[in-house]
Write a protein that binds this ligand. Structure first.
Ligand SMILES: Nc1ncnc2c1ncn2[C@@H]1O[C@H](COP(=O)(O)OP(=O)(O)OP(=O)(O)O)[C@@H](O)[C@H]1O
Length: 255
């Protein structure tokens, strides 16, 4: 494997929503063409960090620097998208091509091919003509991921893309992201799920707006760090859940 180059550098970044400081002095590097997971408990600042990288939330101090200035695709959670939008699944995915062709131009053959491939990858071709407002949450989430992939961006940001999805759909997303990584896309994925974070190439662990771990998942997601980040006790070297049970899905550290 070639040594990682850095796609993105975050340097001593602080960020606020109004007077509330949500990111506190984050310094981190995101490797190029690799999957980086952003993990942490509810309210730790994961979505805020993604917003910072996307440029939606400007740093109050510090900086975010990208190595190349190519396109950024941002896949938000399906709950952020209005159910009343009168738009089909195919049109939603097609919007992903607007960055390339401008929405006033006709779709090229290549655009249609890419849209078709993304619909197939997420197994939503059969519902391509349905309005997104009529879909289940999981189906809408798949449509949004397909739209993100259709952008063929150099940097792909995803906020909990597999939240609420069944096992099969989670597998489809993992496969689709692997395909994007193989094409050289840098992927940054927010997740609650330590198993997902454990499979990433690189991991950023947040706690209360601070970065408390960065690097290979096995070195970041240790029992002690996981317990601390989720506010859980460590007993016999294992993070326990509120019932004292070791190895619960959300808190099991990487072996
Ligand atoms: N628009 C906003 N205005 C004010 N405060 C906000 C806003 N969005 C988030 N926050 C606050 O910022 C902090 C971090 O929120 P953020 O959504 O980044 O956390 P998270 O780790 O993604 O949480 P979750 O796992 O629950 O999605 C929280 O205290 C939250 O209440």
């Amino acid at each position: 494997m070639t040594p990682d180059t850095t796609a993105l550098t975050i340097d001593r970044a602080h960020a606020h929503y109004g007077s509330r400081e949500v990111l506190r002095g984050i310094t981190a590097q995101v490797p190029s063409a690799r999957l980086t997971a952003i993990a942490g408990a509810n309210g730790a600042g994961k979505s805020s960090l993604l917003n910072l990288v996307a440029g939606v939330l400007p740093p109050s101090t510090g900086s975010v620097t990208r190595r190349d200035q190519g396109r950024v695709a941002y896949v938000t959670q399906q709950s952020e998208v209005s159910r009343s939008l009168p738009i089909t699944v195919r049109a939603t995915v097609t919007m992903g091509r607007w960055a390339h062709r401008g929405h006033w131009r006709r779709l090229s053959k290549m655009d249609r091919k890419i849209v078709g491939e993304c619909l197939e990858l997420l197994e939503i071709t059969s519902i391509a003509d349905r309005l997104i407002g009529t879909l289940s949450g999981g189906q809408r989430q798949r449509a949004l991921v397909a739209q993100g992939l259709a952008q063929r961006a150099g940097l792909l940001l995803l906020d909990e893309p597999s939240a609420g999805l069944d096992l099969h759909a989670r597998g489809l997303i993992d496969e689709a992201l692997r395909a994007a990584l193989a094409e050289g896309t840098t992927v940054l994925r927010v997740t609650h799920d330590l198993e997902v974070a454990g499979r990433a190439d690189h991991c950023l662990l947040l706690q209360d707006g601070r970065l408390v771990g960065e690097g290979a998942p096995a070195s970041v997601l240790t029992p002690a760090r996981v317990a601390k980040a989720w506010g859980l006790p460590v007993i016999d070297g294992t993070a326990r859940d509120v019932h004292g049970t070791p190895g619960a899905h959300l808190i099991r550290p990487v072996q």
